[in-house]
Write a protein of this length. Structure first.
Length: 508
């Protein structure tokens, strides 16, 4: 509709009968200029993102202004952002950092202590000990562990996923969920409506809610017939929380391709972690906040009754007083959201990049870094850090794949080694820094994950899982092809296309 509006405008320009064109054009251009000034003064941290939109608005104002309002303006959706803030305020009292743990980290490494402190101060996500972390190097490993944990659940199961596909993986999980619901286990399911638009029926949430009284389902950011101002902000998290002390998170959605059943992109390589212990509390509260924010009407900013507090604390690890958790290093799960204008995900990645002394290894399905992240990666390589990045060899989205490859040249010229996962598509989102620090989660190295979506990840320090991740990365390098100057050579028109893709990367 917007494109047709702009075309109609151009037709009117050349129309002999449109006598008042000059007055209208001047007025529209002036209003577009005022709007760009408004954009420049908005509280944005990614100036390149706004620059692209400003160019579009000034070139085609009839199309550009409404298009930006729908897809680009992150200050829209204030009502939902208010509900998010209210939900976070409601549960904020449950985030309590053990200062003894912070003192221990400071004695070990003052630099990672600063990173952990940043997450505590900025978004109130504490660091925990008494948590066993298992690194899961494939979708198959996570699926098997997830199914076993669901079948052993005694109190509740919380699930939040960007994508659910009604194939064998989900059907098996749903059968297990129905069995647990029959046993009295509370089951909550949250999925992203746009992420599932081609995989689930339109009202599948209602179908699930009707299956059993103990099953409750919500859709995040319901897709509207025309558009919604929040279309650009999706729930990209992937997590399951069971009984408050077991959690799974990582890149795996609930679909067959993630466990290499009928994968159309060669071998699908994914990664995640299984947490058991106190650190699961961060993910549990994150989930409760998201669930609370989706209530219609005004959300309370506090826990109002003792009964409500008792109910909430029953979801937390220490409710199970008979359990003893294994101490396996320091674990800090955290979440990111697009409405606070804080690029938390990017900042944590930048922290690890800047701390690297020996090596920095990265798994990412999409390599579309911001200017600041690209510069940090180049600088790390130039100061002698062994920087290696693994991306897919078989694409799932051809334009994004071309965009990913268009970013190789600048990084490789700075000494960054880029590998393509030859067997197929790598969907893992991991960063490993030296021998003891890592992040595993849902966050891609692209603008959408870093600035537009709800995401989650786990910062690990001195955990056994960090070494397991290192071993998996070494194996993956051997399975992948190291890119050379010959691989990235482009003809004249290819270079122009790559330059255009890089220029428009922030809004792709």
């Amino acid at each position: 509709m917007l494109i047709l509006l702009q075309v109609s405008w151009f037709l009117l320009i050349y129309s002999y009968f449109f006598v008042g064109y000059e007055y209208v054009r001047t007025t529209v251009s002036f209003l577009a200029l005022l709007y760009t000034i408004y954009i420049l003064n908005s509280p944005k941290t990614q100036r390149e993102y706004e620059t692209i939109w400003i160019i579009i608005i000034l070139l085609v104002p009839f199309f550009g202004v409404p298009f930006y309002m729908i897809c680009g303006n992150q200050r829209q959706g204030k009502r939902y952002a208010k509900r998010v803030d209210d939900a976070k305020a409601k549960y904020s009292a449950l985030h309590n950092q053990d200062l003894n743990i912070m003192d221990e980290i400071y004695k070990e490494d003052s630099r990672i202590h600063s990173t952990c402190s940043y997450l505590v101060k900025e978004q109130r996500y504490p660091v925990y000990k008494n948590t066993k972390v298992n690194y899961l190097d494939s979708g198959e490993a996570q699926y098997e562990g997830l199914l076993e944990a669901i079948r052993n659940a005694k109190h509740y199961i919380f699930m939040e996923y960007f994508m659910i596909e009604r194939t064998s993986v989900w059907n098996t999980i749903l059968t297990a969920l129905l069995q647990k619901a029959e046993e009295g286990v509370e089951v909550r399911i949250l999925y992203d409506d746009l992420g599932c638009i081609t995989w689930l029926p339109k009202r599948y949430d209602r179908t699930l809610n009707k299956m059993h009284k103990n099953i409750h389902c919500k859709k995040f950011n319901r897709v509207k017939p025309l558009f919604t101002m929040l279309t650009n902000n999706r729930d990209h998290r992937k997590m399951t929380i069971i009984d408050g002390y077991i959690a799974f998170t990582g890149g795996i959605n609930l679909a067959d391709r993630y466990v290499n059943i009928n994968s159309p992109f060669g071998r699908w390589k994914d990664a995640g972690v299984r947490l058991e212990g106190e650190a699961v509390q961060n993910l549990t509260i994150m989930y409760l906040e998201m669930w609370e924010s989706m209530k219609l009407g005004r959300s309370s900013r506090k826990i109002e009754t003792p009964e409500e507090m008792k109910k909430i604390t029953s979801y937390l690890p220490h409710f199970h007083h008979d359990l003893e958790f294994v101490n396996d290093g320091y674990v800090q799960p955290y979440g990111d959201e697009p409405f606070d204008n804080i690029p938390l995900s990017e900042n944590v990645y930048l922290e690890l990049i800047n701390q690297a002394e020996k090596y920095l290894y990265i798994f990412t399905p999409y390599l579309v870094p911001s200017t600041s992240m690209a510069d940090a990666l180049k600088l790390a390589s130039k100061r002698g850090v062994d920087v290696r990045i693994v991306t897919p060899h078989i694409p799932d989205k051809r334009i994004i794949f071309r965009l990913t490859r268009s970013n190789y040249k600048g990084l490789m010229e700075a000494g960054v080694k880029i590998y393509e996962y030859t067997p197929g598509f790598i969907h893992s989102k991991c960063m490993l820094c030296d021998n003891d620090k890592a992040v595993v989660g849902t966050i891609n190295l692209d603008y959408r994950s870093l600035f537009l979506h709800f995401e989650d990840a786990v910062l690990l320090y001195k955990c056994e899982a960090v070494e397991e991740l290192r071993k998996d990365m070494i194996r993956t390098f051997k399975e992948s092809s190291l890119q050379t100057d010959e691989d990235i050579k482009r003809n004249f028109f290819g270079k122009i296309l790559d330059a255009l893709l890089i220029f428009f990367a922030p809004i792709v």
